[in-house]
Structure formats: C-alpha cells, structure tokens
Write a protein that binds this ligand. Structure first.
Ligand SMILES: NC(=O)c1ccc[n+]([C@@H]2O[C@H](COP(=O)([O-])OP(=O)(O)OC[C@H]3O[C@@H](n4cnc5c(N)ncnc54)[C@H](OP(=O)(O)O)[C@@H]3O)[C@@H](O)[C@H]2O)c1
Length: 268
C-alpha cells in the first residue's frame, strides 16, 4: 500500500469520522477538518491513538466563503501536498438556513465550499490526486440563481439542488481535466444513522459504516481508478447514471460559470 495524505472535511461526525478511522487504520495520513474545536481535539486524540503520530487538523466554518479562503491558505501553509481531497461536510435541515453572507447554507456548505477548496488547493494536490465529492441520492434540477441567493427553498429542495450542483461542477472539471487528476461523486447510501439523518427525519437510520466504507474505497481503492467523472451510487452498490443534468455539458458549464461569477461578486 502506498501511504496517502487525505484531507477530509466534516470529519468530526458521522460518515466522515467513520472514514477517517478506516483510512487511519489502513496506514494513511488523515488530515481532519471540522468546525468545532472540542470535537476536533477529541477526534485527533482518537486518531493519534491509532496511528501513534501527531495528527494535523484544520478548523473552519465552511458556510462562510472568507473562512474557506483562510482554510485554503492554512492547508497550503501547514499540510504536505494532498493525494486525496474528500469533500464530505454537508448540511440538510437547520434552524439557521441563512449564512452571515446571506446565502442558503446548503449551497454554501454543500456546493460552494467544496468548489473553493478544490480550486484553491489545485496547486497543493498531487498530479494524480483524487477529488472525492460526497453527494446524495437526493438530486434535483438546479436553479443557478439560487446558488448565491437568500434561502427561498424548502430544506429538501435546497439540499437536493446543492447536491446536484456539486455533481455538476465536479463533472465539468472532470471533463476539462487534461492530466491525471480524478474527480468522482459518491452517494454514500441513503438514511444512514448520522446526526444529519436523525435530526432531519427523526429515525435511527442505517449503519454509518456503510458510508464510511465507500468513502474510504473512493479515496484509495483501485476500483475507482480511471473512473473520471463517475458517480458511485452506494444504494445500488454500483457506478450508475446520476440525474440527467449532471451529464448535460451545457448545464454543467453554466453551474461552473455561476460559481465563478458568484464568488467573484462576493469577493468584491
Ligand atoms: N447520512 C446519510 O444517510 C447521507 C446520505 C446521503 C449523503 N450524505 C452526505 O454525507 C456527508 C456526511 O454527512 P453525515 O450524514 O455524516 O452528517 P453529519 O453526521 O451531520 O456530519 C456532517 C459533518 O459536516 C460538518 N459540517 C456541517 N456544517 C458545517 C459547516 N458549516 N462548517 C464546517 N463543517 C460543517 C459537521 O460538523 P459538526 O461535527 O461540527 O456538526 C460534521 O462533521 C454529507 O455531505 C451528507 O450530505 C449523508
């Protein structure tokens, strides 16, 4: 096994945390990201007990583009080059749908932050790096004007649009890739028993390990090698077709352009 350096966002809970443990146990260098200092500290202690080495961690609230920019700078400054960027952090139901910058938090955390990390860390990713973006079975046609707007959709609609938008920019970057970087999207399986599912649906949900396992495989296993732009649907346990819009080059380009122009406006 070649040891990989893997940045995992949202590693302080749920599927991301499960994947962090699995990858650390396989001998990879896991760099966990979280937003809570307390949760990060206790996660690092648990990871250090597995690896016997110091764990480098990163804290940032991904709902704020300023904080994401600082995170990019901090990773470039403190971390070794990355073999895998696992964009896992996500949000569904919330009592605070509007971010400080006035955006819908689902688009901010699920679509915009992973895009900023992927673009911002481009020089800090190895030539053969994998960018693994955690999507969902919930995918709905994206209204590009909602990406940088105040919340106006239901939790379910905002979430499903944010997850399809994530897959659409992923696929566009995959099709523009002339080198060996790999861009993939993964539905980790539906209704796994994480905080997100318990809070949103009031059910216990399924085995979180099912999600952790597929994140881990997408990050390092050969079964994902060469699967440029693919979507792995862990409900079907197979690579499969995403929502038709994720295969529509024109629509995917529009999402990419909307992200670039929206971020440029916000930065002014
Ligand atoms: N569970 C499922 O059945 C399911 C199904 C399909 C897709 N997914 C996707 O799987 C991914 C992981 O979700 P999960 O189910 O494991 O949920 P979770 O247990 O709620 O974990 C979400 C992670 O994201 C972090 N996060 C949320 N908002 C953030 C913010 N503003 N800034 C920084 N970090 C933030 C959380 O931090 P804290 O620890 O501080 O809360 C946590 O570490 C998400 O992208 C989700 O959409 C899950």
């Amino acid at each position: 096994m070649t040891k990989k350096t893997i940045l995992i966002t949202g590693a302080t809970d749920g599927i991301g945390k499960d994947a962090a443990f699995r990858l650390a146990k396989l001998g990879h260098e896991v760099l966990p990201h979280g937003r809570s200092e307390t949760k990060l500290k206790s996660l690092c202690a648990e990871l250090e007990a597995i690896t016997g080495a110091n764990v480098l961690s990163f804290r940032a609230d991904l709902s704020e583009t300023k904080a994401v920019r600082s995170l990019v700078d901090e990773v470039k400054e403190r971390a070794p080059k990355l073999d895998v960027l696992l964009n896992n952090a996500g949000v569904f139901a919330t009592s605070k749908p509007k971010t400080e910058e006035g955006l819908d938090v689902r688009f901010a955390v699920n679509t915009i932050a992973p895009f900023m990390l992927t673009e911002g860390l481009s020089d800090h990713l190895h030539q053969e790096a994998r960018i693994v973006n955690i999507s969902s079975a919930a995918q709905a046609r994206v209204d590009p004007s909602a990406l940088f707007a105040a919340p106006r959709l239901s939790d379910g609609a905002a979430y499903a649009q944010s997850k399809l938008a994530l897959m659409m920019w992923t696929n566009r970057l995959a099709s523009l890739e002339s080198g060996q970087r790999l861009y993939v999207s993964v539905n980790p399986a539906s209704m796994l028993g994480t905080k997100m599912v318990k809070d949103a649906f009031g059910v216990n949900g399924g085995d979180i390990g099912v999600g952790g396992d597929i994140l881990c495989r997408a990050a390092v296993s050969d079964e994902f090698a060469g699967k440029q732009g693919a979507y792995y649907d862990n409900d079907a346990k197979a690579f499969g077709p995403p929502h038709e819009d994720a295969l529509d080059t024109q629509r995917c380009s529009e999402i990419l352009e909307s992200l670039r122009s929206g971020l440029a406006r916000l930065a002014q």
